[in-house]
Design a protein around this ligand. Structure first.
Ligand code: ADP
Length: 267
C-alpha cells in the first residue's frame, strides 16, 4: 500500500483531524512483471509456428524437392502454421485496440436475436463437419446498446469454444432471455447462455480462464487452432459493455458460459 497523510483543520476548530489515504499499489508494482510475462508468452506463441515453418522450408529445399506428394503435404502444413500465426496476430491487435477503448462506452445499438441468428448460420457448416449441431432459442428481437462487431466476436468465441471443447457428436445450445432485474447491472438485461456437453473444466481453472494465454490443456487448444486469447478478448468486450461473464462447469457433463448485457430499457 502507499499511504498519504494530510492534516485537515476546519476554520476555527480546535481539534485536528488527519486524512489517511491508502492506495493498493500491488497491481502497479505487478505491471512490469506482467508485461514481461506477456512479451515472453507472445514470443513463445509466435516462435512455435515460425520454427515449424522454417523446418518445412528446409525440407522443401532439400529432401522433398523432387517429391510432388511430399511437397503438397508440406505446403499444406505451412499454410496451417501461417494461419495460426495470422489468428494470433489478429487476436493481439483486437486486445490492444480494446485496451485503448476500455473507458469509452460503445455507441451503437444492436438486435442480439438477429446478431446471434446470423453468426450461428455462419458457424453451422464448420460445426456440422465436426458432427456438432447448434440450437438457438430466442425471442424474436432483443435490442441492446452495443458494438455489433464486438458482440459478434463475443458470441462467436463462446460458440466456437463450445464446439471445440464440447462432445462430438454433440449439441451446443444457445439461449437468449430477458432478465427484468439484474442485480449487478441494476436494470433490465439480456442473458446469453452457451452450453456444451463436453468434458467440463476442473473448478480450480475457472477463475483464470480469462487470463491471456491461459489454457486448461495447451496441447488440445493448439490442436484445435486456439490462440489462448479468446476469453481474454471476450472479458474485455463485456467489461466495456458493462456486462457480466459467468462460467459454470460440471466435470463429465459440460460447460455453460453466460453473458449478461444491459438491455435497451424499452426493448
Ligand atoms: P483457446 O484459444 O485456447 O480456446 P480461450 O481463451 O478461448 O482460448 O479459452 C481458454 C481455455 O479455456 C481453453 O484453452 C480451454 O482449455 C478452456 N475452455 C474454454 N471454453 C471451454 C469449454 N466450453 N469447455 C471446456 N474448456 C473450455
Amino acid at each position: 500500500y502507499s499511504v498519504r497523510v494530510s492534516p485537515i483543520r476546519a476554520e476555527g476548530e480546535r481539534q485536528r483531524h488527519v486524512l489517511l489515504v491508502f492506495r493498493d499499489v500491488s497491481e502497479l508494482n505487478a505491471a512490469p512483471t506482467m508485461r514481461r510475462d506477456f512479451v515472453a508468452n507472445v514470443s513463445h506463441e509466435l516462435k512455435t509456428p515460425l520454427t515449424a515453418v522454417m523446418g518445412f522450408v528446409e525440407t522443401l529445399q532439400g529432401p522433398a524437392r523432387e517429391d510432388p506428394k511430399g511437397r503438397d503435404r508440406f505446403l499444406a502444413l505451412m499454410a496451417q502454421e501461417l494461419s495460426r500465426m495470422n489468428r494470433l496476430v489478429s487476436d493481439l491487435l483486437s486486445l490492444s485496440r480494446l485496451e485503448g477503448q476500455s473507458r469509452r462506452r460503445p455507441t451503437g445499438r444492436v438486435d442480439l436475436a438477429e446478431l446471434i441468428t446470423d453468426l450461428i448460420a455462419a458457424l453451422e457448416p464448420g460445426a456440422a463437419d465436426n458432427d456438432v449441431d447448434i440450437e438457438f432459442d430466442s425471442p424474436p428481437t432483443a435490442m441492446a446498446p452495443g458494438d455489433r462487431d464486438q458482440l459478434t466476436q463475443v458470441v462467436t468465441n463462446l460458440v466456437e469454444n463450445a464446439v471445440k471443447y464440447g462432445a462430438r457428436p454433440g449439441i451446443v445450445t444457445v439461449t437468449l432471455r430477458r432478465v427484468t432485474r439484474e442485480p449487478v447491472i441494476r436494470g433490465p438485461a439480456w442473458r446469453i447462455a452457451v452450453t456444451d456437453r463436453g468434458a467440463g473444466i476442473p473448478p480450480e481453472h475457472i477463475p483464470r480462464l480469462t487470463e491471456r494465454f491461459y489454457r486448461v490443456d495447451t496441447g488440445r487448444s493448439r490442436e484445435q487452432g486456439g490462440t489462448g486469447l479468446g476469453l481474454a478478448i471476450v472479458k474485455h468486450i463485456i467489461n466495456r459493455h458493462r456486462g457480466r461473464l459467468q462460467i459454470t462447469s460440471e466435470l463429465g457433463k459440460g460447460t455453460t458460459v453466460t453473458v449478461t448485457l444491459p438491455a435497451e430499457v424499452n426493448a
